[in-house]
Ligand binder design. Structure first.
Ligand SMILES: *Cc1c(COP(=O)(O)O)cnc(C)c1O
Length: 394
């Protein structure tokens, strides 16, 4: 299996739809990545930091009470146990180390909810890299705690006041900065989106999730699972879990997107509700109106609030390797409560979308084995929960 091809295509999706100046930056990055991913010094360092600093391998936990409750065999891949509380550190460590090996002393990144920004600020502190984070002005106001975290860690947070003042505008600003300052600057993108080589590179750095899970499940029950289940924002935790099982054709992949307020709206469900278009440098599914304008996404989960999705997911959808569904805010809230109260694990609201979908799976597939990617922990979301409950008098 060779995905993507040399030009960065997954079937008809992916590629590199960018101006010439940016293409030069991306080519330099592609060559460096191809070189260092095979370099034993690079691999050794990355393994070291993943193990000693981030806390890998993460547990594959058999959720006994949840399994009994649902009539399924549910295993949780515990990315919530990692340093900084989510899977994003896997990618941040990989790319920051690449920046270091490339001799770039400055790292820039975009962030929406601030989770990726915190992961980047963390690894830049660790590896002694200068760090500038672009963040939409609207997001800065909503995510004061993560802004503070980034600043405490020594990063600069640069407010973006253009467009909708959210994640996609922050991405555009970061690309602009990169083109101007590429000589000393590395752009650390946060999910399996954007132009080639990012979708491939971020997937490779997140694939440690699926490699571990595959070995762990074989050790625990000597057979592969029936289903893999994960939430999809840009698509990195899900692809990280899915990709190492790609050739295990009997293992079914289910990606859960955010439907926002309700199933009629499908406010963030890019694969379920969107159309094919070019967005932020690659061809993929995207949420757009009938004039091709990008729509703003909404979800109760800050990390699922993105109108695009990675091209490899679009390819999995088109080739039916994976199935994609949408779950709304109210259901995600139920998933959040279910896992908290049955297992003593407070999941991130993003992961709660996948947890909720277990109910649907259980209706038709009793007794099957499922691995759920628990992409992050929910402590960061308690304020949202507080407001959600107060508004509804729960
Ligand atoms: C950012 C985030 C996501 C969504 O991003 P993907 O690239 O789709 O994984 C999901 N869960 C958590 C906890 C996150 O922080």
């Amino acid at each position: 299996m060779k995905l993507p091809d040399k030009k960065g295509y997954f079937g008809q999706f992916g590629g590199k739809y960018v101006p010439e100046t940016l293409s030069v930056c991306l080519n330099e990055l592609t060559i460096a990545y191809q070189k260092y991913k095979k370099d034993s010094g690079f691999k050794k360092k990355l393994d070291f930091y993943l193990r000693e600093y981030a806390g890998r391998p993460t547990a594959l936990y058999f959720a006994e009470r949840l399994s009994k409750h649902l009539g399924l065999k549910v295993y949780l891949k515990r990315e919530d146990l990692l340093h900084t509380g989510a899977h994003k550190i896997n990618n941040a460590l990989g790319q920051a180390l690449l920046a270091k090996f490339m001799g770039k002393p400055r790292v820039i990144a975009e962030t929406g909810a601030g989770q990726h920004g915190v992961a980047v600020a963390t690894v830049c502190s660790l590896l002694c890299l200068e760090c500038d984070i672009y963040m939409g002005q609207a997001d800065i106001q909503r995510q004061a705690m993560n802004v503070l975290r980034m600043k405490v860690l020594g990063a600069r947070v640069i407010p973006v006041k253009s467009g909708s003042k959210t994640l996609k505008d922050a991405c555009n600003e970061a690309f602009r900065d990169w083109v101007t300052n590429v000589r000393n600057t590395y752009y650390l993108l946060g999910s399996v989106v954007g132009p080639h080589p990012y979708p491939m590179m971020v997937r490779d750095f997140q694939a440690v999730i699926g490699r571990e899970a595959r070995a762990q499940i074989l050790k625990k029950q000597a057979k592969l699972p029936d289903y893999l289940l994960a939430c999809v924002g840009g698509g990195s935790n899900s692809l990280g879990l899915f990709y190492p099982f790609f050739n295990d054709r009997k293992v079914k992949f289910i990606g859960v997107e955010a439907a926002g307020f309700g199933l009629s709206g499908l406010h963030s469900a890019t694969l379920v509700k969107g159309g094919v278009g070019v967005f932020q440098g690659s061809r993929s599914y995207v949420l757009q109106d009938k004039f091709g304008q990008i729509k703003n996404a909404h979800s109760i989960a800050p990390g699922l609030d993105y109108p695009g999705v990675g091209p490899e997911h679009s390819y999995y959808k088109a080739s039916q390797r994976a199935q994609y569904l949408a779950v709304g805010d109210a259901q995600a809230y139920q998933g959040f409560k279910l896992l908290s109260q049955l297992e003593g694990i407070i999941p991130a609201l993003e992961s709660s979308h996948a947890v909720y979908y277990l109910n649907q799976l259980a209706k038709k597939h009793k007794g099957k084995t499922v691995i759920v990617c628990l992409s992050g922990r929910g402590d960061k979301d308690l304020d949202i929960i507080k407001h959600y409950e107060a508004e509804r008098k729960i």
